[in-house]
Write a protein that binds this ligand. Structure first.
Ligand SMILES: *[C@@H]1O[C@H](CO)[C@@H](O)[C@H](O)[C@H]1NC(C)=O
Ligand SMILES: *[C@@H]1O[C@H](CO)[C@@H](O)[C@H](O)[C@H]1NC(C)=O
Ligand SMILES: [Zn+2]
Length: 580
């Protein structure tokens, strides 16, 4: 059951404290030493007109909010059933400050993103074996395969060092969630708006001692002395020829360059980067042709939607750009009719669900909202919040399109970033705007800023950290504008604190507490009944089913109602049938 959906209220009033300002300011300046830590808000130099719902001044309002939430929680019944389908969303770099700032970007504090309305929440500790602050490769390994390993490495044990060219693949590599799903007979799919060979998506189908080995030219550059037959297989090749990749029913993302040889231009007239002269898109078609399946490759939105609507293809590969996909705001700017623009994340998710839904055996779909991270890396806060918005929409679409009775949706992030949400901005202030003016250098600063990154050069005059730039005239509406950053770095870094885990659907109650990140896929596997790897039978025997059903007490079934009972009956029936 979803918590009450909360909407932005149109009823917003404003008032001014102008009459009291001069008095308090005077008092404050005499006692500046008293509370530097929590300056009197009325002494603020910037925007001192708070905007909020008048009811917030009435204590009963807050008591009612609390009562309603308490009621929601006491009404909540754990759905202990197993999920037929599971959709796992990762917002790359979607830190908790990013989520909080996105609420403000979409309206105010009151906005609740689709996944924030999920009833269960936990936190994931994201460190990897050799780093306090992780990258997307070791975290993907953790949340997809259930094992923590080293920074920069995909599904290879921590005993192997990064970029090692020759190692015992058999002994150190492992597979995860999508393989478990495939072994249990479920359909599988993969969606991202980054290169499909980038660390996060690659974590679902590839093993590599180096996340940068996206095509053979990158393997060759690192493994110059390794004989060809012992060279590790590049990530793009693993997607096309690997055990997991071959079975993916739908693959949607970007990064064509790693599938095309140098000299071959893609649909956007961008050169391929492979050095082995192999066209892996053709190879993909051939692999599935040989498997006797109808396979289709698409490279634009129209053909994607056509293929997904018709449901006449068994396998669908869609690549929509040479490197990462366009940012959401860049897609909006494309000077062509909407139908001819690049597909957005939510449109790709919709197409993937069309390919997977309605199957008897169920499916597991892995989705990455990958550009939240890349926008943060360049200190472009507005761009990142917009990507988080699109991620939220994709999850809303998935939750609306699927049934809460049979589809588990888990949303998390791989790691945090250095985005900070701070100052003491007044209610109603633009979260992407200026928070206040510093009492020390008398210059304005923004509510959002970063601990490090390229924004440094837009923060200090000539890089002199004692001399800030006056940002008054910065165009903070322009998504290319970099936000302030304290330490100069060519790319802003990830952050090391925990990230959220949000869950809805069957067995969603398992996703609670402060967890090691590698626990997540084990919970999903258990919830989706695909954990034969852990000794749980993928197809429960009729007796097990009976046990399952009787352990659900009547008191639990009654309030959920007849509809659930009949769904359960259908489910039991199907499993008994399948076992025969
Ligand atoms: C928050 O949402 C609730 C429920 O829709 C609404 O009643 C209330 O006015 C909103 N408050 C603000 C500050 O917008
Ligand atoms: C593609 O890249 C290769 C190698 O970098 C270069 O030699 C070739 O001229 C490029 N082809 C085109 C059409 O740009
Ligand atoms: Zn990153």
């Amino acid at each position: 059951m979803m918590c009450r959906a909360v909407h932005i209220s149109a009823l917003v009033i404003s008032f001014t404290l102008a009459s009291t300002l001069s008095h308090v300011e005077g008092a404050n300046s005499r006692r500046t030493d008293l509370d530097q830590q929590h300056p009197r808000s009325d002494s603020r130099a910037w925007s001192s007109v708070p905007v909020y719902d008048a009811r917030e001044e009435v204590s009963e309002y807050w008591r009612e909010v609390a009562q309603r939430t308490l009621q929601d929680h006491t009404d909540q019944r754990n759905n202990a059933r197993k999920a037929k389908n599971a959709i796992f969303f990762i917002g790359d770099g979607m830190s908790l400050p990013t989520v909080a700032a996105t609420r403000m970007y979409l309206g105010n504090e009151n906005v609740s993103l689709s996944f924030e309305q999920f009833p269960y929440f936990g936190l994931a500790k994201t460190y990897c074996v050799n780093r306090q602050v992780a990258d997307s490769a070791c975290t993907a390994t953790a949340y997809l395969s259930g094992v923590k390993n080293n920074y920069g490495m995909l599904n290879v044990a921590a005993s192997v060092r990064r970029t090692t060219c020759e190692y015992d693949h058999e002994a150190t590599e492992f597979k995860g969630l999508l393989k478990w799903a495939q072994d249990a007979g479920k359909l599988t799919g993969l969606v991202t708006n980054t290169r499909i060979t980038h660390a996060t998506p690659a974590g679902s189908y590839a093993s590599s001692a180096e996340r940068d080995w996206e095509d053979d030219s990158e393997v060759n550059a690192d493994c110059t002395t390794t004989p060809d037959e012992r060279k590790p297989q590049d990530i793009a090749s693993q997607l096309v020829h690997g055990e997991i990749g071959k079975k993916l029913k739908v693959i949607l993302g970007c990064g064509r360059r790693h599938f095309l040889p140098r000299g071959t231009l893609d649909e956007d007239r961008v050169n391929g980067t492979r050095s082995d002269r192999v066209n892996l898109i053709d190879a993909w078609k051939q692999v599935h042709g040989e498997m006797g399946e109808r396979a289709e490759y698409v490279s634009d939105k129209r053909s994607l939607q056509e293929a997904a609507n018709l449901k006449q293809v068994d396998y669908l590969l869609g690549l929509f750009g040479s490197s990462h996909c366009l940012y959401n705001l860049e897609i909006d700017e494309q000077q062509v009719p909407v139908e001819d623009r690049k597909p957005k994340l939510s449109e790709m998710v919709e197409a993937a669900l069309q390919m997977l839904e309605g199957s008897e055996q169920g499916y597991v779909l892995f989705v990455e909202g990958g550009l939240i991270d890349t926008a943060h890396h360049s200190n472009r806060a507005r761009l990142s919040l917009e990507e988080t918005n699109e991620f939220h929409k994709a999850i809303e679409l998935a939750r609306t399109r699927t049934s809460i009775d049979d589809t588990l949706i888990v949303v998390s992030s791989d790691h945090s970033h250095t985005l900070m949400y701070n100052g003491y901005p007044t209610r109603g202030n633009d979260v992407l705007g200026i928070a206040d003016i510093s009492g020390v250098d008398k210059l304005p600063y923004t509510t959002l800023s970063y601990a490090n990154g390229e924004g440094f050069s837009q923060t200090y005059v000539d890089g002199n950290p004692s001399k800030r730039i006056d940002i008054t005239n910065y165009d903070l509406k322009n998504y290319r504008q970099r936000y302030l950053a304290t330490v100069p770095l060519s790319s802003e870094t990830h952050g090391g604190e925990d990230v959220g885990i949000y869950a809805s659907g069957p067995s969603a109650h398992l996703f609670a507490g402060t967890l090691e990140q590698n626990v997540i896929p084990v919970l999903i596997a258990y919830a989706a009944n695909i954990g034969h790897e852990f000794g749980w039978a993928p197809e429960p025997s009729p007796t097990d089913d009976g046990g399952d059903a009787s352990s659900m007490s009547l008191s639990l079934l009654l309030p959920i109602g007849l509809s659930l009972a009949s769904t359960l009956a259908r489910w039991l029936h199907r499993h008994v049938m399948m076992a025969h």
